[in-house]
Design a binder for this molecule. Structure first.
Ligand code: NAP
Length: 242
């Protein structure tokens, strides 16, 4: 493929998503950077990508808001913009021990992860199938593989996302579309603010956090031609945890 297809990255304004945007832009994909609220953070990522010679367009919508998501995706379609690479990265954690967990902590985390996946992915699948090429990469978590105390909501949501990954991969494999998940362990971003990092590090065989660049590099590989025979996988990147 000489011209790389557009890559849509949800939650691309900060942390892991921002690193994924920069990696995919450096690989030649025009970036569609989705975010929900922090305009300055999104603008900063766009500026960095453009300064490096890449292309980046900001798409501000909440992936849980189905009408807003469908409207943004319909607008792309109307403009003839084809999304060949989709990275479902937007996510939140609201950790609470299960007996104390609020219904809001349960619904907000599961809805962002699962409804967000559905709202963004479903409209984009058939166009990929028609082109006989596509890459869908879901950012899950090692918590969705091994479970984690204080994260019943988050572990359930990410395990659900991994299940969706495996099922969708089977539906579209014959059409040249791959669907994979990456399942990072502890990665240094805003999301882990307030987490008991020293305690968690003791459980990580490598005794360090992962970097956003490490996760983005794996996503970049999954988005490329070399990963064409890999589908339906949840690749754990956690310094040996799990
Ligand atoms: P982060 O630094 O908190 O960034 C979250 C990003 O998601 C921001 O760009 C935010 O945009 C966006 N976002 C949040 N809610 C959204 C919504 N409803 N619609 C659209 N965008 C939304 O998080 P991160 O640590 O990079 O995490 C990225 C992904 O990696 C998540 O799925 C997370 O579960 C997963 N993960 C993280 C870790 C870790 O240790 N950090 C480990 C394993 C997996 P705004 O700022 O504009 O709201």
């Amino acid at each position: 493929m000489t011209h790389k297809p557009h890559a849509l990255v949800t939650g691309g304004s900060r942390g892991i998503g921002a690193a994924i945007c920069k990696t995919l832009a450096a690989a030649g994909h025009p970036i569609l950077l989705n975010y929900r609220s922090r305009d300055e953070a999104a603008e900063a990522v766009r500026a960095e990508i453009e300064a490096a010679g890449g292309q980046c367009r900001l798409l501000k919508f909440d992936v849980v808001d189905r009408p807003a998501t469908l409207e943004a995706l319909a607008q792309l379609e109307a403009e003839g913009v084809h999304v060949g690479v989709l990275v479902n990265n937007a996510g939140i954690a609201k950790d609470e021990s299960f007996p104390a967990m609020s219904y809001e902590a349960w619904t907000s985390v599961t809805r962002l992860t699962l409804d967000g996946f559905f709202n963004v992915t479903q409209p984009l699948v058939m166009p990929m199938v028609r082109k006989r090429w596509g890459r869908i990469i879901n950012v899950a978590s090692v918590s969705g593989v091994i479970g984690n105390r204080g994260q019943v909501n988050y572990s359930a949501a990410k395990a659900g996302l991994i299940g969706a990954t495996k099922a969708l991969a089977q539906e579209v494999a014959k059409r040249g579309v791959t669907v994979n998940a990456v399942a990072p362990g502890l990665v240094e971003t805003d999301m882990i603010e307030g987490a008991p990092v020293d305690l968690i590090l003791k459980a990580i065989p490598m005794r360090r956090m992962g970097t956003v660049a490490e996760v983005a590099s794996l996503v970049g590989w999954l988005a490329g031609e070399d990963a064409g025979y890999v589908t339906g996988q949840a690749i754990v990147m956690s310094g040996g945890l799990g």
